[in-house]
Design a protein around this ligand. Structure first.
Ligand SMILES: Cc1cc2nc3c(=O)[nH]c(=O)nc-3n(C[C@H](O)[C@H](O)[C@H](O)COP(=O)(O)OP(=O)(O)OC[C@H]3O[C@@H](n4cnc5c(N)ncnc54)[C@H](O)[C@@H]3O)c2cc1C
Length: 305
């Protein structure tokens, strides 16, 4: 049943008409549990509250699969604005960006232009930028963009997904840049030709990635809500004398809040991924796909008088 629900919500997640409708109607169906409002003002307020609890943030202006050049530029401008707000309000926050929101599906020149604008502003305001990883079709292009930008900027990292067969070799290839990487299981609908169909393999591969990246001496963000991944990381760093300054845990806004606070109280660095904006539909559907309990929560909200 869980597998069927996952496929259903992942199928809904890339429906263009629903995405358009959702943008028009604002945060609905319990989406506000996972999305920090539709403006940078709302998001800044959320960041301030999280920072007060000792949590760091990475801020994401929601948007993906943009096919209009002006829209991609507008999204770049919004991200630059968010970087300035982070600095001005002295917030403990990085930013995360999706390449399809910067024009990846339009042209390479456009996406590089937008990313250089963002990274210049981020450098000036001392903000770190993570390039999110999207579906398999865009994986190589995203890694190529990361490599090119990493040669020019220190303040950029990216994400690798353990469900892909290719990932360990990507991890080894990128090692020459000593990259700051976020390691995740992967959130998109992929075929068995490119991704492990069994969860056990996805988990084993994530453990392997965490080990390799930490042992290579690189900064590692373990982004998972899975207790087993958190425990594995804690034990591995202890056994191998890896300092707390070389890794962090990352979780999504609205997920495992108690665990986030517990890890902070134990002295670990925890970063919360905070999305905001009107383009919430695809992000929200992927969260429903991940966990049936999220669906139950949403249904309660829909039927509540
Ligand atoms: C900060 C962050 C950034 C991300 N960035 C990307 C990205 O750029 N690209 C991408 O493809 N994916 C990204 N993801 C999503 C990621 O790939 C997974 O889809 C998502 O994190 C679900 O996998 P999981 O490891 O959290 O646990 P799952 O595999 O979903 O769950 C494993 C187990 O963990 C426990 N668990 C999970 N969630 C909860 C919960 N809410 N409450 C209680 N127990 C729970 C349960 O026991 C569950 O069985 C990101 C995730 C995070 C946290």
């Amino acid at each position: 049943m869980e597998k069927v629900l996952r496929q259903f919500f992942l199928f809904l997640s890339d429906n263009k008409s629903f995405t358009k409708l959702a943008k028009r109607y604002g945060l609905k169906f319990g989406a506000s549990r996972f999305v920090a409002g539709d403006s940078i003002g709302h998001a800044a307020e959320t960041i301030r509250k999280l920072n007060a609890k000792g949590l760091s943030v990475t801020l994401d202006h929601l948007g993906e699969y943009v096919t209009d050049e002006q829209e991609a530029k507008d999204r770049m401008i919004e991200t630059v604005k968010s970087i300035k707000v982070i600095d001005k309000l002295d917030l403990d926050s990085q930013v995360s960006v999706k390449m399809t929101s910067m024009g990846l599906d339009i042209s390479e020149e456009l996406v590089m232009f937008n990313m250089r604008k963002i990274l210049e502003a981020a450098k000036e305001h001392n903000v770190f930028v993570t390039i999110d990883m999207e579906d398999y079709e865009r994986c190589q292009k995203t890694l190529d963009i990361f490599e090119e930008l990493r040669k020019e900027y220190d303040n950029v990292g990216t994400v690798l997904q353990s469900y892909l067969y290719r990932t360990i070799s990507d991890l080894e290839h990128l090692n020459k840049y000593s990259p700051n990487l976020r390691l995740v299981k992967g959130a998109y609908k992929e075929s068995e030709e490119v991704a492990y169909p069994d969860k056990a393999d996805v988990d084993a591969n994530l453990r392997q990635m965490i080990k390799i990246h930490l042992q290579n001496g690189n900064y590692t963000a373990v982004a998972s809500h899975d207790d087993r991944m958190v425990e594995f990381t804690k034990e591995f760093v202890k056994e191998n004398d890896i300092p707390k300054s070389q890794f962090e845990f990352q979780m999504l806004y609205g997920m495992r809040t108690e665990l986030q606070n517990k890890l902070v109280s134990e002295g670990y660095k925890v970063r919360v991924y905070v999305p905001y904006g009107r383009d919430w539909y695809g992000y929200f559907m992927r969260r429903l796909a991940e966990r049936p309990a999220n669906v139950a929560f949403v249904l309660k909200g829909v039927f509540k008088k």
